[in-house]
Design a protein around this ligand. Sequence first.
Ligand code: COA
Length: 424
Amino acid sequence: MKALEGVKVLDFTHVQSGPTCTQLLAWFGADVIKVERPGVGDATRAQLIDVPGADSLYFTMLNHNKRSIELNSKNPTGKEVLTRLIETCDVLVENFAPGAMDRMGLSWERIQEINPRIILASVKGFGPGKYEDCKVYENIAQCAGGAASTTGFRDGLPLVTGAQIGDSGTGLHLALGIVTALFQREKTGRGQKVLASMQDGVLNLCRVKLRDQQRLAAGPLKEYSQYGEGIPFDEATPRAGNDSGGGQPGRILKCKGWETDPNAYIYFITQAAAWEGVCDVIGKPEWKTDPAYATPAARLPKLNEIFDTIEAWTMTRSKFEVMDLCNPRDIPVGPILSMKELAEDEGLRETGTIVEVDHPVRGKYLSVGCPIKLSDSPVEVTRSPLLGEHTDEILASVLGYETEDLRRIYASGAVGDPTRIAAE
Ligand code: COA
């Protein structure tokens, strides 16, 4: 069996944050029923199109293992069907703009009236407060959650990161909230509201930067490169370039081929415990005993010189050779892997972290599989649904509608494609 087998999720999500959450629940075995606007569907189906006529990779890669029902939640018959879905499901997940659920007539009070056991899980841009009514996308959350002000180089612009910490990161937070609420419901029998705000999620991931904000009161942040460079600290946690977030100095260094390959770099950490190994591997054994280099405190003001010396060595090797030479000495290093290298990585294919999926319209494509591995709940990644692919199946076998009702529902326009009546 799968961990969440038997759990029914009414997936009212769109774009990225909500869909990443419900995709995880589907991979853990929940039956995820994605409600989409008739004829339109999740906006991402038509965004960043690479194969004309096919659902985009943006959509397919966020909506595996789900079923899709087309349903107009503002049509009276659509509302009736939606009410039945709420009665039947264990969890309702949504990430509409603030107020949209209320405007559909689905306040928390109304949802509880319909099904007191249901868990209502929402992603919003901000938690309660002055910004609670704002619509929010990924980069806004990265900026509002403290990631941008602490990313980039001290003398450059704030930067956003490629990792979708606002969207996918918040989806992860929400998924944990949902399974926790399901666990509590086992004891109380009651559902509850779960809120994951994108600002909160990003700030949670920037926890170490709020740590540093408070440490500033006690003096300069000595592990930051700017300390060694003699540049005074301001009032707020600064951007730290590629310095590591822990106390161990680290940098991204050039490797052989960097002149032409934008990813011929390695992250190199001069961890105190591995210092002797570093000295040996780069050919500086004298630094092991020289008091000017032998202790972490002595090294802090000289980090630029030390990393320049290490880089002179890494530039003579490929990033993979540096890995091979450093790992046996327990020196923590990490190659800068391109998306091309990751896509071709055999090891990631074997673990199911990169999967090839077949789609009836677009054909084969690569996706990221489930990143969390449960030993007793295997994941099989199946393709995303076509728009409304399971409308009939859900109306009949999940909600138990029979012929007359089905004809009435199809005729109402609540579930799209009126040709269904003819098919009936
Ligand atoms: N049937 C009928 N109407 C539907 C529907 C359905 N099946 N599904 C959605 N709608 C309607 C909504 O009710 C809403 O109508 P309203 O404005 O009259 O209330 C409308 O579609 C648009 O929904 P909305 O969420 O406002 O979409 P948007 O494209 O304007 O905004 C976001 C997109 C992402 C900015 C916004 O949804 C948001 O801020 N979400 C919360 C934060 C979030 O998740 N952001 C990250 C996205 S990756």
